[in-house]
Design a protein around this ligand. Structure first.
Ligand code: NOJ
Length: 561
């Protein structure tokens, strides 16, 4: 097998709870996924990444694990899992598991023992600290703006949780924790799983526990949000690589929040032998106010997006490898976010695919993105199930006195539940997702936005995604070639050139709902150019061309003599 097979792969991400239910309980499951594998294969994807399927009290829907070596009942059994893996492999696909190793559920047997007994060996699997006279040990707050220490009354100490209160952080300083985690990783890789996506990798090494809460309340220190990417992160990663990843032919992708491209290289650099690639989020933070939460909205500036994506392309060009993604289970739907979910839904969804998936890196397509699923129009907080959304609503409305309408506008734009509404398979009952009552409401536009309709329409977003994926494969060499951004300051056009020394791709996108004028660039030869792909019925090649709203074109150019 080719060594770096993941460089040529396209990944399809499944949020199992919302993908396909097979037994009518309203929750997606493994048998449901098996029944949809042909759809994924036909799309042209090569790898499936499946969000956590381990037992969990579902405070954070699977990201609060109680047993890393079992399957959650509502998803099926270990036998179902083996069948899934077989069926995936029979189709020539690969399966990547999601692995949560920064924290466990407080229902995990380790934590249950640790919270009751200071002398238990599991006590030091977590991070406990005595309080100060004013309360918690430090003034750290999490990304959610919440204190990260929770008082636990049995032993009178605080434990650290960077996420929800019921997700206790593991103590990676403890070598027993690390070995236990490696053992769980190997458990799945030994079954033949083809890779792991590692949740919140940037959090496993904590920085010093300062400043103290007392200094903070006495105004001797500024409050400091918790800083990720602590000193020992790369020691841990090297150890993990030696003990786990280097033993298998698998792919590794780490979720690493808050990193710059330069820091990204410290994780994925080919000379580092750590991860194959990381998820980074700078391009997902451009529609929020700087230094604030993602709920604090701000319109996207196209020049910012071009600059961030291009910087990642250039910095990792010869030294690392990128992930390419617009969507995942934590992000709102991209067509609602950076496109136009109304009149130009199809055009803008295709344009967004063109912008990103002709870049260098491994594309990650999130379920429903390929049919242009949109944000849900749910106006009542009761219709949302995501803990982050609900906590934020209560904090802002009831503690901080925000106007509920403003808070709801943020939720309509950014809630994670927009990604988690059930997959829209058909215009039939419950969008073909379940015979029962879906765990989360279905987006009412399923009657027109669904996979069945898309499969029947040669001009659908789905058909376009298939073309993009097949072109990526046909021009694999070019797709791995150089990247150069043109017109960095143009407020409408996102244009770049890819090249491998023999051929070039000129990728031109109108990232706006107004017409845009594009002048053929001097550095590209028009003479032997041909149009490879377009989302309009337009095949011009001229010195000056008008691009329609959200129009994209990809030209193939032969290298100049
Ligand atoms: C990142 C995951 O993508 C998100 O869904 C989850 O809530 C947090 N990690 C905590 O595990």
């Amino acid at each position: 097998m080719k060594k770096d097979w993941w460089k040529d792969a396209v990944v399809y991400q499944i949020y199992p709870r919302s993908f396909q239910d097979s037994n009518g309980d309203g929750i997606g499951d493994l048998r449901g996924i098996i029944s949809r594998l042909d759809y994924i294969k036909e799309l042209g994807a090569d790898v499936i990444w499946i969000c956590p399927i381990y037992p969990s009290p579902n405070v954070d829907y699977g990201y609060d694990v109680t047993d890393h070596k079992t399957i959650m009942d509502s998803y099926g059994t270990m036998e179902d899992f083996h069948d899934l893996l077989d069926e995936v492999h029979q189709r020539g696909l690969k399966l990547v598991m999601d692995f949560v190793l920064n924290h466990t559920s407080v229902e995990h047997p380790w934590f249950k023992e640790a919270e009751l007994d200071k002398n238990s060996k599991y006590r030091s699997y977590y991070l406990w600290r005595p309080g100060t006279k004013n309360g918690p040990p430090t003034d750290w707050v999490s990304d959610y703006g919440r204190p990260v220490w929770q008082y636990e009354e049995h032993t009178g100490e605080y434990y650290l949780h960077m996420n929800a209160v019921k997700q206790a952080d593991l103590n990676w300083e403890n070598p027993d924790v690390r070995q236990a985690v490696y053992d769980m990783m190997k458990f799945w890789l030994d079954k033949g799983v083809d890779g792991l996506r590692i949740d919140q990798l940037h959090l496993i090494s904590k920085k010093e526990f300062l400043p103290s809460y007392e200094d903070y309340v006495n105004q001797r220190a500024e409050p400091k949000p918790f800083q990720p990417n602590g000193e020992r992160i790369h020691d841990y990663l090297k150890e993990m690589t030696d003990e786990v990843f280097s033993q298998y032919d698998v792919m590794s992708v780490g979720e690493v929040g808050s990193v710059t491209p330069e820091e990204g290289l410290t994780y994925t650099g080919t000379d580092k032998h750590e991860l194959n690639m990381i998820f980074h989020f700078q391009h997902m933070e451009l529609d929020q106010q700087p230094g604030k939460a993602h709920w604090d909205l701000k319109p996207l500036e196209l020049s910012d997006l071009k600059s961030v994506l291009s910087k990642w392309q250039k910095t990792l060009e010869h030294k690392g490898w990128n992930t390419l993604f617009w969507c995942n289970h934590d992000q709102p739907r991209i067509v609602s976010r950076f496109g136009d979910e109304g009149r130009y839904r199809k055009e803008s969804a295709k344009m967004l695919a063109t912008v990103l998936y002709f870049m260098k890196g491994t594309p990650y397509i999130y379920q429903g993105e390929e049919i242009g699923m949109t944000n849900a129009p749910f106006m009542r907080i009761e219709d949302y199930k995501d803990i982050q959304t609900i906590n934020m609503y209560h904090k802002r409305v009831f503690e901080n006195g925000y106007d509920p309408e403003e808070v709801m506008a943020s939720i309509l734009a950014k809630s994670r539940d927009h990604a988690r509404t059930p997959m829209q398979w058909s215009s039939g009952k419950n969008a073909g997702f379940t015979d029962g009552t879906p765990w989360l409401k279905i987006n009412p536009n399923y009657t027109s936005v669904n996979a069945e309709e898309a499969e029947a329409d040669p001009d659908s977003i789905l058909a376009y995604y298939k073309k993009v994926i097949s072109l990526r494969k046909q021009y694999a060499d070019l797709i791995k070639g150089s990247y150069d951004l043109l017109l960095p300051d143009d407020p409408q056009l996102f244009v770049y050139v890819r090249g491998n020394g023999n051929q070039q791709l000129l990728v031109v996108n109108n990232f706006s709902k107004e017409q845009a004028v594009f002048h053929w660039p001097e550095l590209c030869s028009k003479d032997q150019a041909s149009l490879l792909l377009s989302n309009y019925k337009n095949s011009d090649i001229a010195d000056e061309m008008v691009f329609q709203p959200y129009e994209s074109r990809v030209y193939l150019l032969n290298e100049r003599e």
